[in-house]
Design a protein around this ligand. Structure first.
Ligand code: PMP
Length: 412
């Protein structure tokens, strides 16, 4: 069956923010890997929640609290179905990927990791999947080890065979690198981790926006992602973990909502996932995330992926024509997160020149300082594509880069 054409104009109309001008020019938003924009469906769902159904969850005996609780738990069920979780209790709502990983490091780390144990990460991890483990290693005397990144920008898979041992307690890996765009073979990595008796945690911050996910098929133990990179609100994210593992893990934070009973002498814990959701949660955020998932599914993640892949091919070709521009990461098995350096122009100067033309890109180390060091740069410019990005925007980027190159060469 031939897939219907992707209606990019209709998609763009769903995102009110894209209609504006910035610095007198039509906005070209190429910073979705840092945070995506939100469609009207999400903005409306959050507004509707506050206008009609807001109250605290899981405690009130009144109608609004019942409605809010239903909406919150409905969002959990929506996330569970979206990522192929076996049970909605496997979905812990957190602030985002960063908090999800801190939760695992704080809780599982406390219970299962001690002196002499090893945590195997990679050199392409975002600081969110590095610093929490550094903190844990400091506290416990565990050692961190790092799988290498090849010159092409892929993980050196042979390192897993070399570095995994009975000392390895946990393997942490990003599903998609936020600097290289590369999609890592997390299924194979999870299988290798399990053969060695280690847990496997996957940072899905850059994957959840682009890929259809199935936790059963991936085979990892923990998967973390953020709502704001996949058309949802900020301040809401997800930790998925298998129920049996969550049940074994001690609480991460203490407070209201996470207890079964409390006396002055001690407390017992609520069932999962509530054991890990201390305090009043981000109710409207969860509702908005549910709306974002429904929105993405209405278009279809497969259709989005096909469109993004075509657009990525075009962007790689057009950027590849610019002399003095170097793109990092492989040309296949990747998404449209395009980090590059250009002549000797500093990434921040490039971003400033582009901003004057209404083009939003990111510049810096992208919370990937060890990877930048590995690549031998202190910063890159990064243009990232999403479901609402267009071929014309890629053209606008290339034109602005040509201009920046001319300005730089004249002044050099
Ligand atoms: N991991 C990766 C790969 C990311 O790209 C990001 C966001 N830049 C994070 C983790 C952290 O996500 P958040 O700031 O939403 O917690």
């Amino acid at each position: 069956m031939v897939a219907p054409p992707y209606d990019i104009e209709a998609v763009r109309r769903d995102f009110p923010i894209l209609e504006q001008k910035v610095n007198g020019q039509a906005l070209v938003y190429l910073d979705s890997a840092a945070s995506s924009q939100r469609p009207r469906a999400v903005i409306d769902a959050v507004r509707r929640h506050y206008e009609t159904s807001h109250a605290n969850v899981h405690r009130g005996a009144h109608e609004l609290s019942v409605r809010a609780t239903e909406a919150y738990e409905d969002a959990r069920a929506c996330v569970a179905a979206h990522i192929g979780a076996e049970d909605a209790a496997e979905i812990v709502f957190v602030r985002g990927t960063t908090e999800a990983i801190n939760l695992v490091a704080g809780s599982l780390g406390k219970a299962h990791i001690g002196p002499g144990d090893e945590i195997l990460l990679t050199k392409m991890e975002h600081h969110s999947n590095l610093v929490p483990w550094q903190l844990l290693a400091e506290r416990t005397g565990a050692t961190l080890r790092f799988v290498d990144v090849s010159p092409e920008g892929r993980l050196v898979l042979d390192d897993y065979a070399r570095m995994l041992s009975e000392r390895t307690r946990l393997v942490g890996v990003t599903h998609i690198s936020n600097s290289l765009g590369v999609i890592n073979p997390v299924r194979e990595i999870a299988a290798l981790a399990h053969e060695a008796g280690a847990f496997c945690l996957v940072d899905g911050a850059q994957a959840a926006p682009h890929l259809a996910l199935d936790m059963g098929a991936l085979g990892c133990d923990f998967y973390a992602f953020s709502g704001h990179k996949m058309c949802g609100p900020t301040g809401i994210g997800v930790l998925w973990a298998r129920r049996a593992i969550l049940e074994e893990m001690p609480p991460y934070q203490g407070g209201g909502e996470m207890i079964a009973s409390v006396t002055l002498a001690g407390s017992t814990w609520a069932a999962v996932p509530h054991k890990f959701e201390a305090g009043t949660p981000n109710i409207a955020g969860a509702v908005g995330l549910g709306a974002a998932i429904r929105y993405l599914n209405a278009i279809g993640l497969d259709a989005i992926r096909r469109y993004e892949t075509e657009l990525l091919g075009y962007a790689l070709e057009r950027l590849g024509e610019i002399e003095g521009l170097r793109i990092y990461g492989p040309t296949d098995e990747r998404v449209g997160v395009l980090s590059f350096t250009y002549l000797d122009v500093h990434a921040h100067d490039l971003a400033t020149i582009l901003d004057q033309r209404g083009i939003a890109i990111r510049a810096g180390h992208h919370c990937n300082q060890p990877l930048m060091e590995h690549l031998g740069v202190d910063a890159t410019a990064r243009a990232s594509l999403y479901l609402y990005s267009t071929f014309q925007e890629v053209d606008a980027l290339c034109e602005a880069l040509h201009l920046a190159g001319e300005i730089f060469c004249r002044s050099a």
